[in-house]
Design a protein around this ligand. Structure first.
Ligand SMILES: Cc1ncc(COP(=O)(O)O)c(C=O)c1O
Length: 397
């Protein structure tokens, strides 16, 4: 007879190496506090507070009605791949063919699949720290060696070629760049990119260039390493629809890479998702080819908010904040408050009703900073500043 026994969950060892994105945990904690009746201002999650542009919604709805509800090719529909190739070719000044594009459900799967496809046990991957936590998580998950390159406030959080060149070894297989950057809002100038390209030289190292915030740049222009001579074949350019077109929930992003690697990433798609949702892809064509007015409006609004919020933070005792050049985050230095980042972020959530992230959610070099997303209304951002200021005036002397 079968007994009623408790079965132990026996996970694969690699699961102990998988990290996370704290933004979702903080969001859950904030929601739990809201259920208890607390009023929370959400500055933790990195998603535009705008709705998807109407022309894109219409295209998606129309596509569903027209029967775009079936499986499609693993690498994406040829028309969308071509539209992406045209857009990336135009904006980055390189020739891109449709076969060099893979459409996936969000920008994140390009990180997941690139690391799965390229990194073996012991291979070294250099990545920005503070930086998007999924890089480190995935490198560790596949058994790679995660090698952080520190982004420094005094260098405006740029990734310095000099520091990078000291970290490159014979084991380096991949270097991750991210501009505009999450969480610092730092950007790489043309000169930075040239120096990084020179530091890599002609080594057979791939670059994963995460450009998901490429349309959200407030000062200067966006530059990509894919445009540098000799880098087209060694670059995986990640971009997508989530941030530029306020389409986070649609789940669609893409990678641009040499065609032989694109075929391998498509094999990973076949093994995992089969394909990106078909009607979503039709909406993607409209997003790229239709009116771009809403992208410009969103960027201008983020710019206004960033200016107001940074000025407000700089008036708060113990905070000092640089003006980010891109993305929709601000990353103040809070060391002068005397508080550690995680404790301060927890206290602001629980006692001041402002949800933000500890800089350490983005790696060890994020200690001493907090990340606020300005993807919230001017009014809420102003209320958040008042709450933080009041709380600090009580707790920090
Ligand atoms: C730097 C960076 N890369 C990639 C992503 C993933 O974007 P998506 O929602 O399209 O998967 C994010 C999302 O926050 C991000 O900040």
């Amino acid at each position: 007879m079968l007994r009623d026994v408790q079965f132990e969950l026996r996970l694969a060892e690699r699961m102990s190496r998988l990290g996370t994105e704290t933004a979702f945990e903080v969001l859950n904690r904030a929601r739990a506090l809201e259920r208890q009746g607390k009023d929370i201002i959400h500055l933790e999650i990195g998603e535009p507070d705008f709705d998807t542009p109407q022309n894109v919604i219409e295209a998606g709805v129309e596509a569903m009605r027209a029967g775009w509800t079936h499986y499609g090719p693993s690498a994406g529909y040829p028309e969308l791949r071509q539209a992406i190739a045209d857009e990336v070719g135009r904006s980055r000044g390189v020739k891109v063919a449709a076969e060099e594009v893979v459409v996936v459900p969000g920008g994140k799967p390009i990180i997941f699949f690139s690391i799965l496809a390229l990194i073996d046990q012991g291979d070294e991957v250099i990545y920005p720290n503070p930086g998007f936590p999924i890089y480190e998580s995935m490198i560790n998950y596949v058994g790679g060696r995660a090698v952080p390159v520190r982004l420094r406030e005094e260098k405006d959080f740029t990734l310095e070629a000099n520091e990078l060149s000291h970290l490159i070894t014979d084991q380096t297989k991949l270097i991750i760049l991210n501009s505009p950057q999450n969480p610092t809002g730092g950007t790489l100038t043309k000169r930075d990119i040239e120096q990084i390209a020179a530091a890599i030289g002609d080594r057979n190292i791939f670059v994963l260039s995460d450009e998901i915030y490429s349309r959200l740049i407030f000062e200067g222009q966006h530059h990509s390493i894919i445009s540098e001579l000799g880098f087209k074949d060694r670059t995986i350019l990640l971009d997508g629809f989530s941030k530029s077109y306020a389409m986070t929930g649609w789940r669609m992003g893409y990678g641009v890479m040499r065609a032989d690697l694109a075929m391998q990433i498509a094999r990973l798609m076949t093994n995992s998702n089969s394909c990106t949702a078909s009607f979503t892809q039709v909406a993607g064509i409209e997003a790229l080819r239709g009116d771009q007015g809403s992208v410009d409006l969103m960027r201008l609004e983020f710019q206004r908010r960033r200016e107001m919020f940074v000025a407000g933070l700089n008036r708060i005792k113990g905070f000092s904040c640089r003006m980010p050049k891109g993305a929709f985050y601000v990353f103040p230095n809070i060391t002068a408050t005397g508080w550690q980042s995680k404790r301060l972020a927890d206290a602001l959530l629980e006692e001041a009703g402002v949800a933000c992230l500890s800089g350490t959610s983005f790696g060890e070099f994020g200690e001493g900073y907090l990340r606020f997303s300005v993807a919230n209304s001017m009014e809420n951002l102003q209320r958040a500043l008042e709450r933080i200021e009041q709380w600090i005036s009580r707790k920090v002397n």
